[in-house]
Ligand binder design. Sequence first.
Ligand SMILES: NC(=O)c1ccc[n+]([C@@H]2O[C@H](COP(=O)([O-])OP(=O)(O)OC[C@H]3O[C@@H](n4cnc5c(N)ncnc54)[C@H](O)[C@@H]3O)[C@@H](O)[C@H]2O)c1
Length: 262
Amino acid sequence: MEQVTLDKIKKLFCLEGKVAVITGGAGALGESIAAGLAVYGADIVVTGRTIATLEAAVKGVEKLGRKALAVACDVSKEADVINLVQQTVDTFGKIDILVTVAGIAKRYPAEEFPAEDFQQVMDINVKGTFLTCKHVGRVMKEQGFGKIITISSVRGFAGHPGGYAAYGPSKAAVDGLTKQLATEWAKYNITVNAIAPTIFWTPLTQQVLEDEKLKQVFLSRIPLGRAAVTEDMVGATVYLAAPASDFVTGQILYVDGGCTAG
Ligand SMILES: NC(=O)c1ccc[n+]([C@@H]2O[C@H](COP(=O)([O-])OP(=O)(O)OC[C@H]3O[C@@H](n4cnc5c(N)ncnc54)[C@H](O)[C@@H]3O)[C@@H](O)[C@H]2O)c1
C-alpha cells in the first residue's frame, strides 16, 4: 500500500488541532464526551446554563493536556447561543466539531401531559438543537468544514409505554433536523449525523432506575442485555467527529445494544 494512504489511515481517529463545542457539557454524557474528544486531541468548549456546573468538565479536559473554555449558554435562547459562538471564535478562531448534548426528559401519561412541560421539552431538545446548529453552522460554512453530531435517542425511532409523548417526538424531530441539515450543508463540506443511544444510568434516567419493574422492561428490550456505558457513547462520538466518518452524513447511529434491530 502507498505510504500516503497508510499515513491517512493512521490519522483516521486523530482530532489533534480540532476545536469542539459541546452543549450540555456538565451532564453525565456531556462530560464524558468532552473527555473523550480531548483524549483524541481536541480542544474543548463546554457549555451549560451556569458556569459553576462546568468546572469539573474543564478540569477533566485540562488534565488531559488540552485547552478548555466554559461558556454559560441556555440553548433555547438565541442570544445565548450567539454569545457562545462569538466567545468560541474569539478564543480559538474556529469551530470544527459541534456535539449537541443538552436535552431534558419529562414523563407523564400522554392524556395528562402538561402543555407547558411539553413545550419546555420541545424548546430545549428541538429549538435548542436547531439554534446551536444554525449559529455554529454559519462559522463552519465560512470555514468550508465542519462535523456536527446531534444527540438523539432510540425514543425518536419507536414509541414506548413509559410516558414519552414529548421526549419521543422531540428526538424524532432531532433525527429529521439532522437529515435536513446534512443535505442542505453537504455543499459546505459539513457532515451532520445523530447518535441515538438507548438507556444509560444518568440523572436524566433516574426515574427509570428507581422503578425496578420499569428498569427490567427497558433491559428486556436490549438484545445485548445491558444499559449503555460511557465508552459506547465516546466511541461513536469520536468516530463521527474524526476523518474516519468523512463520507458519512445524514445518518442516525443507534448505540442501543441492538434494541432497534428487532
Ligand atoms: N441518559 C440516557 O439514557 C440517554 C439516552 C438517550 C439519549 N440521551 C440524551 O443524551 C443527552 C444527555 O443526557 P444525559 O443523560 O447526560 O442527561 P443529563 O441530565 O446528565 O445532561 C443533560 C445536560 O443538558 C443540560 N441542559 C438542560 N437544559 C439545558 C438548556 N436549556 N441549555 C443548556 N443546557 C441544558 C443540563 O444542565 C445537563 O448538563 C440528552 O440529549 C438526552 O436526551 C440520554
